[in-house]
Design a protein around this ligand. Structure first.
Ligand code: SF4
Length: 384
């Protein structure tokens, strides 16, 4: 575990809702009262942590729906309440529609040094279908504008398996992305999240889905094209130019300490986990009345943490380090997973080199099957 802290600020507001999105957010602009509530939540943590903050992540929702003045207040609050390192990675998710020259230079002046832009596709028809507000040309201009404004660490998101998307469509999006001034790429397949418009259409049989061979071709394109252009796949869905891996996201995968602020945000310090309950109105009401954010707390058992340790580490290219596992849990990994490791290696889903156990190409494609093998029943741990 590192001795630094990651800080996450959840901004649960979007100007409109995308049809696939299952994140917690409200279709509205952030009111000043929300910013005030979050400042109070931060103040409540002042002096609670001796750790320095080396990553800050503004996610959502759409953080760029904040006005420049609101963003400045939040960043000022972060620095007043936490010891933010000078070299901290400070990421902000942005919607291309919000990335004006003025807004970008304000973000830079506030110390934001990494952007994550929801670009999703090069295909305007698909962008309309999934409910994005921008065209591909607008997204491209926004990324280039960010580069001209001085941002040298820009990540974009792309999606595949979209309704009506062919492998050739997706390849075009990937190739287009390779020529943008970006250092990082997150690529996600469409997941039908419960409660979304797409999930509803799928239930009604009205959502075109790709064939198995189409999905496989898109997956292969994702694995093949970015590395060809110098992006290394360092996590199941993430590609980066050397040195531009997301330091903040790595904290999640490595079980390092992070603190989440805002409704639905999660925190983890050691085995303690807590989540601010979703519900923006209640969050604002409680904090503005001088009380704490409503939360649910949880302490992981060793078995639960070990499961998470295994499948989160396996998401990363480096996988599970034998020495690190043993130092953390006091015995070789075989003590708990001997049978599973042998089987997964035999099936060529896992491989091992220099003390690191990691997913093979085939294993990464069947990630969930591998992860399930690391679930431990309560009975096995004698908890029943
Ligand atoms: S995908 Fe992003 S912009 Fe769209 S609704 Fe979800 S959080 Fe908002």
């Amino acid at each position: 575990m590192t001795d630094t802290l990651g800080l996450y600020l959840h901004i649960p507001f979007c100007r409109s809702r995308c049809r696939y999105c299952g994140f917690y957010s409200n279709a509205a602009l952030p009111p000043d009262a929300y910013v005030e509530a979050m400042l109070r939540e931060m103040e409540g943590y002042r002096r609670s942590f001796s750790m320095e903050v080396d990553t800050v992540y503004l996610g959502g929702g759409t953080p760029s729906a904040l006005s420049a003045a609101q963003l400045a207040r939040l960043m000022d609050g972060v620095r007043r309440s936490f010891a933010v390192r000078d070299d901290a990675e400070i990421t902000m998710e942005m919607n291309p529609c919000d990335m004006t020259e003025g807004y970008l230079s304000c973000a830079r002046a506030l110390g934001i040094n990494r952007l994550s832009v929801g670009v999703q596709s090069k295909d305007d028809r698909l962008l309309r279908i999934i409910g994005r507000r921008h065209t591909a040309a607008e997204a491209e201009q926004a990324v280039k504008r960010a580069f001209l404004a001085g941002f040298r660490n820009i990540s974009i998101d792309l999606m595949y398996e979209l309704p009506g998307q062919s492998p050739a469509d997706f390849e075009r999006s990937l190739l287009w992305a390779m020529h943008l001034p970006v250092t990082h790429l997150s690529v996600y397949s469409l997941i039908l999240e419960e409660g979304t418009r797409f999930a509803q259409l799928a239930d009604e049989g009205k959502l075109p889905r790709p064939s198995e061979s189409g999905s496989w071709a898109m997956y292969q394109a994702m694995c093949r094209i970015p590395p060809h252009y110098g992006f290394r796949r360092y996590e199941i869905s993430s590609f980066a130019r050397p040195g531009f891996e997301s330091r903040h996201n790595r904290k999640y995968w490595r079980l390092d300490p992070y603190l989440g602020l805002g409704p639905s945000a999660c925190s983890r310090i050691g085995r303690e986990r807590w989540q601010v309950l979703p519900g923006t109105r209640r969050y604002m009401k409680e904090l503005l009345a001088g009380r704490g954010a409503p939360m649910e707390k949880d302490r992981l058992s060793e078995a639960e943490e070990m499961e998470e340790y295994c499948f989160l580490h396996l998401r990363m290219r480096e996988g599970i380090g034998r020495a690190d596992f043993e130092a953390r849990y006091g015995a070789p990994i075989e003590r708990w997973y001997g049978r599973e490791l042998a089987l997964l290696k035999k099936e060529k889903l896992l491989a091992e080199k220099d003390g690191q156990i990691f997913l093979t190409y085939r294993g990464a494609a069947l990630g969930n099957t591998v992860f399930e093998a690391f679930l431990r029943s309560d009975e096995e741990d004698g908890n029943i």
